[in-house]
Design a protein around this ligand. Structure first.
Ligand SMILES: [Zn+2]
Ligand SMILES: [Zn+2]
Length: 181
């Protein structure tokens, strides 16, 4: 099954191909990147953040209206949060095949460092592949280098490799094989 990546109009430009290539190398399945026409909802002015759950509901609605069944990952530039957490890098809802990743805290600029496109593409790919992993039923992994490890900081994210550990890789191929039957 082909996974669709929706790239928000305001997400960093020029990285789409680099991100697609890296996610494909992690997952080993075909992907398609398209410009997103999904309007974001759930903006909180005080926190200057979007509610990630509301964005997932918006993707769910979009898919239902189009009768679309393929998994969707939306890449947005805006900072995201969920109830009870200051921020999230991304979020997935497996039951409806919808996931979102924010580039806000993946950019060196957020931490006062110079922008580095290959760093940014690698981080978007790790977090994107992580959320797509959830869409195929994978859970969090204790291996700090595995894509399915849940990072709380940029340092923890950078420590992850652009790959699943052996166990998660096996699980993904199994689930992906079942879903494409
Ligand atoms: Zn996760
Ligand atoms: Zn793992």
């Amino acid at each position: 099954m082909r996974v669709k990546i929706f790239w928000d109009q305001n997400a960093p430009r020029g990285l789409e191909t680099a991100v697609e290539k890296r996610i494909r190398s992690i997952l080993g399945i075909p992907l398609e990147i398209v410009e997103s026409c999904i309007l974001l909802s759930g903006y909180n002015r005080e926190r200057d953040q979007y509610d990630a759950q509301k964005i997932l509901s918006r993707i769910q609605l979009f898919k239902r209206q189009r009768g679309s069944t393929e998994p969707v990952l939306l890449v947005v530039p805006d900072d995201l949060s969920i109830r009870g957490q200051d921020f999230v890098f991304g979020l997935a809802r497996e039951s409806v095949g919808a996931a979102v990743v924010s580039t806000a805290r993946l950019d060196n600029g957020y931490y006062g460092r110079a922008r580095e496109d290959s760093d940014l593409a690698g981080r978007i790919a790790k977090e994107g592949a992580h959320e797509i992993g959830h869409l195929f039923g994978l859970e969090h992994c204790p291996d700090v280098e595995c894509v399915m490890f849940p990072p709380r900081t940029l340092g923890e994210l950078d420590r992850k490799k652009l790959a699943f550990c052996t166990a998660c890789g096996k699980k993904f191929r199994l689930r992906e094989g079942v879903d494409s039957l």
